[in-house]
Design a protein around this ligand. Structure first.
Ligand code: AHR
Length: 480
């Protein structure tokens, strides 16, 4: 039968947290050094901050940036990255087998956040770090009294507290790749004690628990033990596949993870008699194949049109699931697994950048209910075990209402066919703005030499230039 999409502007589902467009910058590969911080580059300001990168964060209106890791944080001592730069020690770094010069540290990051107009989100070292050290960092950042670390911040030239709101209780502490990997029992016990102490130091902070994929035993257990002390639960997922359809539908596994995780949060609340309902902080997500782009080589991905469609699905997932999401952080924001690449002379905006940018600009406000009717793909998906419980229509859709405008995001996943859709319910005379992102083939990429994939923009009036039976080109992303 024919395909149809109808949006009901009165069916307001849930507010979309602006924080779903948050970023993540880790001391990894060229994310910090050579990415947002590039001292000596003609493209940098007097602080060594790349001006072109700052402009991109501003264009995205990026509300929060997570820092300094990631896996990096498990051996990071924040106090080695403050004070006079020449006195800061160089350290071997165990996550990515690098050397950390500590030239960029807490005060530089805070200054950079201010330049961007974004809020910092700090991840605590629960590997080699101690609770004392974590408390010291919180005091250094947020302390207002006459105490040692707060005074050291003042002595370093920062009179006002930074008032860092977001703090994570470690990163991927379950992982066998982690320095001081923990069992769920050990982690929950430690997180409980740390959370209590951190909240004594500063009750206003938002504490984020370290979850895993959202749907595994680790998540269930740590939520059950710690829910009363935490404000959000973090989950991570990267998707990628060599086959286009498995690649582009991969983020639907993230959607299922959110749904399952939301239920685990409710179960933990019921068990613990906790009224508040912590949201999910999806603080690492993206398209990443670590074999194609290994972490210890800087994880510099080269994104295709298929990946661009996967980006559209990732973002649609976040719009559809907005009621459960307090924050999501693209991993990462610059150079490492990123839509945005710096070169010595400028920036490369990869295929995925344009879709992410359109979402960040327009898909805010409130999620709208959408009815979709179209054909379905029934081939292989990845990861199969949770995604196969879902339908996989050829079109992946979400809608939002923002500032009086209705925005509809449509990914046509089909590798070969355009899909004609009956778009009913739009009154004649409505002004339509159309943004299209596609490429000649699924393998097209953008490079330093050539931006082949980017936004093509059109406008018209419904009833004259545009009408029902909208054609969504094969392997394309369209925002109306
Ligand atoms: O973003 C790259 C890495 O992926 C992060 O450091 C880690 O948390 C995850 O395994």
């Amino acid at each position: 039968g024919s395909a149809a999409i109808s949006i009901d502007p009165n069916r307001l589902l849930s507010p979309i947290a602006d924080e779903i467009y948050s970023g993540f910058t880790e001391h990894m590969g060229r994310c910090i050094y050579g990415g947002l911080y590039d001292r000596g580059s003609p493209l940098s300001d007097s602080n060594g901050f790349r001006k072109d990168v700052i402009e991109c964060f501003k264009e995205l209106n990026c509300p929060v940036v997570r820092y300094p890791g990631g896996n990096f944080v498990a051996t990071y001592h924040w106090y080695e990255g403050i004070g006079p730069v020449e006195k800061r020690p160089k350290r071997p770094e165990l996550a990515w087998n690098g050397v950390e010069t500590n030239a960029f540290g807490t005060d530089e990051f805070m200054k950079w956040c201010k330049a961007v107009g974004t809020q910092p989100y700090l991840c605590l070292n629960m590997g080699t770090g101690t609770l004392d050290e974590a408390l010291g960092w919180l005091e250094y950042c947020n302390g207002e009294r006459d105490t040692y670390w707060a005074n050291l911040r003042r002595a370093n030239g920062h009179k006002e507290p930074y008032r860092v709101q977001y703090w994570a209780l470690g990163n991927e502490c379950y992982g066998e790749w982690q320095v001081e990997q923990s069992t769920k029992e050990d982690y929950a016990k430690k997180a409980y004690q740390w959370a209590k102490a951190l909240k004594l130091m500063d009750p206003s902070i938002c504490l984020i628990l370290c979850g895993e994929l959202g749907y595994v035993e680790w998540d269930r257990y740590v939520l059950g033990e710690c829910i009363k002390w935490i404000d959000m639960h973090s989950i991570h997922m990267y998707t990628a596949d060599k086959e286009h359809m498995a690649n582009a539908t991969g983020p639907l596994a993230g959607e299922r993870a959110i749904e399952i995780c939301a239920s685990l949060i409710d179960m933990a609340r019921i068990k613990s008699g906790v009224e508040k309902r912590p949201k999910i902080c999806f603080d690492e997500w993206n398209i990443w194949d670590p074999v194609r782009a290994p972490g210890d080589k800087g994880a510099e991905e080269l994104y295709t049109v298929s990946d661009m469609l996967a980006m559209g699905v990732w973002c649609n997932v976040f719009i559809r699931q907005s009621k459960y999401l307090g924050m999501t952080n693209i991993a990462q924001s610059v150079n490492v697994i990123s839509p945005l690449m710096t070169t010595k002379t400028g920036l490369v905006k990869q295929t995925t950048w344009w879709v992410y940018l359109l979402f960040a600009k327009y898909m805010r406000g409130t999620t709208l209910g959408v009815h979709l009717k179209c054909g379905k793909y029934d081939g292989r998906t990845n990861p199969k075990f949770i995604q196969s419980t879902m339908d996989t229509p050829w079109l992946d859709v979400s809608a939002a209402v923002n500032d009086g405008y209705i925005n509809l995001a449509v990914v046509n996943l089909h590798p070969e066919e355009e899909i004609t859709v009956d778009l009913h319910g739009i009154p004649d005379g409505t002004e339509i703005q159309e943004f299209l992102v596609t490429g000649k083939s699924l393998d097209d990429v953008n490079t330093e030499e050539k931006t082949t994939v980017k936004i093509v923009e059109n406008t018209g009036i419904w009833g004259s230039e545009y009408s029902n039976n909208w054609i969504f080109p094969k392997h394309s992303f369209v925002l109306l």
